[in-house]
Ligand binder design. Structure first.
Ligand code: GLP
Length: 267
């Protein structure tokens, strides 16, 4: 069984570095599986808030392949969705999760954000009520190249946000990331607005697992761990979450301080 090659804390945040994304996915899937199994021995159902994106693909496959989770006792949610995108659109997060998770594990419920609603404010209220109906036991996260969590880009991230779900304008770095990772053919095709679960709602989860492999995350990973805790880099808030783990591969950890110095150290 692969395990993290390095594990250390930066402030309250646990950071784990793996030799490869595949090893990371396997190990994190095992951690999530054991955690959910343990909870299901103590409570009837568990609530999980899922991320989408490339960083989640191997992890979700590994978690489902491991088995051993009674998915019929899980209530699933997701972090974000584009405004105006139908559930069948190729870039729809609902489609991603329906095909990669729901249709493979048949959870008790999978509550989706209806991105193509004609009443976005009512949709935020509806999803807020669903999220608040029970504590979130596990929140899976990815990180944007601009440091966003879900769709909380620097310009709209609020660490004290009173909202749980909100409609936000996406920044250009974020929208370009969606083009560069193949979600949309060009910038014009990327919606300008999206629904997102807010940062306080994410941080209220009992356990947070953030996956950020790949060289294209190296710069922002350095910023998250060695920069200030600020909404300019929304994911930096994870350093105040003792229940959070940031999982990296050697590529995304590439710009951190050297192993000899101890990656967690700033000097
Ligand atoms: N809004 C989503 C996030 O929820 C996701 O976690 C992040 C990272 O994406 P990836 O996993 O492809 O790197 O950006 C996406 O666009």
């Amino acid at each position: 069984m692969p395990v993290a090659t390095q594990s250390f804390r930066v402030d309250d945040l646990l950071v784990q570095i793996y030799n490869s994304e595949a090893e990371m996915a396997q190990d994190v899937a095992k951690i999530a599986q054991q955690y959910l199994q343990q909870l299901l021995q103590q409570q009837d159902t568990v609530a999980v808030l899922l991320a989408t994106g490339n960083s989640q693909l191997k992890f979700l496959d590994a978690l489902i392949a491991l088995g051993g989770i009674d998915w019929s006792r899980t209530t699933l949610f997701h972090l974000d969705e584009y405004l105006g995108i139908t559930a069948d659109h190729a870039a729809s997060f609902r489609r991603y999760l329906r095909e990669r998770v729901e249709q493979r594990v048949f959870p008790k419920e999978f509550y989706y954000i209806e991105g193509d609603t004609l009443e976005p404010i009512a949709e935020c209220d509806r999803y807020t009520k669903l999220l608040q109906a029970q504590p979130i036991d596990l929140c899976c996260l990815g990180v944007g190249e601009n440091g966003h969590l879900a769709f909380n880009d620097p310009a709209v991230a609020n660490f004290q946000d009173p909202a749980k779900v909100k409609l936000v304008k996406l920044d250009k770095v974020n929208r370009l990331q969606q083009v560069n990772t193949g979600q949309f053919p060009n910038l014009e095709a990327v919606p300008q607005y999206a629904f997102t679960v807010t940062i306080p709602m994410i941080c209220a989860a009992k356990k947070i697992i953030c996956l950020a492999p790949d060289t294209r995350k190296a710069k922002i990973v350095k910023e998250i761990l060695h920069g200030s805790i600020t909404t300019n880099c929304p994911a930096s808030i994870l350093r105040k979450q003792p229940q959070a783990t940031l999982c990296l591969d050697v590529n995304s950890a590439n710009l951190l301080y050297s192993r000899e110095q101890g990656i967690g150290n700033r000097e």
